[in-house]
Design a protein around this ligand. Structure first.
Ligand code: ADP
Ligand code: MG
Length: 363
């Protein structure tokens, strides 16, 4: 067994990544299928086959009952994820994702030890469940690291000229399904999470759902006859459940486009309750999207303020806000947080891989 740990893993609710520290450099490995750095944390079961990542994610449009995602939220609970293929525990599903990440390591070396990141909010039971998933995936040694610490390490190693001693900052992490914000500072030479807040049900996928519910569905209803379209879409047994799953994926694509463009289109096609075909492109503007997510973003600022109040701090006492997670790409998020908090927001590091990179530095 190797004596050093040099792999860092971001085991995310939505996306997971693996990176390695070697000779002063960090490499983020790419998926040999598709050459993306991130692997969707999704597992699908199709007869005897198990699909992990993008393939599993796409399969959700065809057979949602055999696709498991967002199981990180259930880590450390006794809840199981019920699929037609049988019940799976969050630990088992996480182990599948970890095993798949190991296959990203093209050098052929054994991946026996790793630093795996966890949210600052994870308690001992949730932390132990994460370790257990690592062992089930074949790691001989697993070291846990808090995500805001990993992000801060990635930042400190990128911006070497910034002196972080005697200062404190917040790490704002808007992921796919969860929001976490942490107050971090160096105490006795060690990066420490002093306080944190979060919402386990606020993230990018909620924005996708808002786009479908508030913009796409009303337009579909204007064009066709439906009894209760939204209910038939959202219920797992509903007539239009597969359409819901498909539209969510299209809404996500549109949302990502809106981070760099001022408008995006979603193609809608279906048959209404009377069998008439409905087929149209829906244009969504960036300002419509911003209006939809505004109250969610404002609630994240409220959580930041709670941390400040609890710790008798003012905005000016923070050196910066470090933004990570896929949501940090949304220009409105950065702008709104700067505006509401009056603190400069740094997003100079690659917000999607920062946590894996930081974990590798730590390793
Ligand atoms: P997690 O920490 O939950 O694993 P991530 O930090 O990878 O998740 O964030 C995933 C979320 O970020 C998804 O909802 C995805 O749609 C969103 N996202 C990714 N890239 C962008 C982008 N360029 N603009 C807006 N949202 C994005
Ligand atoms: Mg994350």
């Amino acid at each position: 067994m190797s004596k050093t740990i040099n792999f860092g893993i971001d085991l995310g609710t939505t996306n997971s990544l693996i990176a390695k520290f070697d000779k002063g450099q960090v490499e983020v490995f790419k998926n040999p299928n598709g050459f993306k750095e991130s692997l969707p944390s999704v597992v699908a079961f199709r007869n005897d086959r198990i699909m992990i990542g993008d393939q599993a994610r796409n399969y959700a449009g065809r057979d949602p009952k055999n696709v498991a995602s967002r199981f990180k939220r259930k880590m450390g609970t006794t809840e199981t994820i019920k699929l037609s293929a049988g019940s799976k525990t969050p630990v088992e599903l996480s182990a599948f994702v970890l095993k798949e990440l190991k296959a990203f390591v093209h050098s052929g070396e054994q991946v026996e030890a790793a630093v795996i990141t966890i949210p600052a909010s994870f308690d001992t039971v949730q932390s132990n469940a994460t370790k257990e998933a690592g062992i089930a995936a074949g790691f001989k040694q697993v070291v846990l690291l808090q995500e805001p610490i990993a992000a801060s390490l990635a930042y400190a190693n990128k911006e070497k000229s910034i002196d972080l001693r005697n200062s404190q900052w917040m790490v704002y992490d808007l992921g796919g399904g969860t929001f976490d914000v942490a107050l971090v500072k160096i105490i006795e030479g060690e990066l420490t999470v002093v306080d944190h807040e979060g919402d386990n049900y606020l993230g990018g996928s909620d924005f996708d759902a808002l786009l479908v519910e508030k913009l796409v569905v009303p337009e579909i209803c204007r064009r066709g006859k439906f009894d209760d379209l939204l209910a038939e879409m959202k219920s797992e047994k509903g007539k239009y459940n597969r359409l819901w799953v498909r539209l969510l994926l299209d809404a996500e694509t549109a949302k990502i486009e809106l981070s760099t463009k001022t408008s995006a289109e979603i193609d809608v096609n279906l048959e209404d309750d009377e069998g008439s075909s409905i087929d149209f492109p829906l244009t969504i503007t960036r300002s419509e999207f911003e209006e939809l997510i505004k109250s969610a973003i404002d609630s994240t600022a409220e959580m930041m303020k709670k941390i400040l109040t609890r710790n008798s701090l003012r905005s000016e006492d923070l050196k910066f806000v470090l933004m990570v997670g896929g949501g940090a790409y949304i220009p409105f998020v950065r702008k709104r947080i700067e505006e509401l908090m009056g603190i400069s927001v740094h997003a100079s590091i690659d917000t999607t891989n920062a946590i894996a990179v930081g974990a590798a530095w730590f390793a």
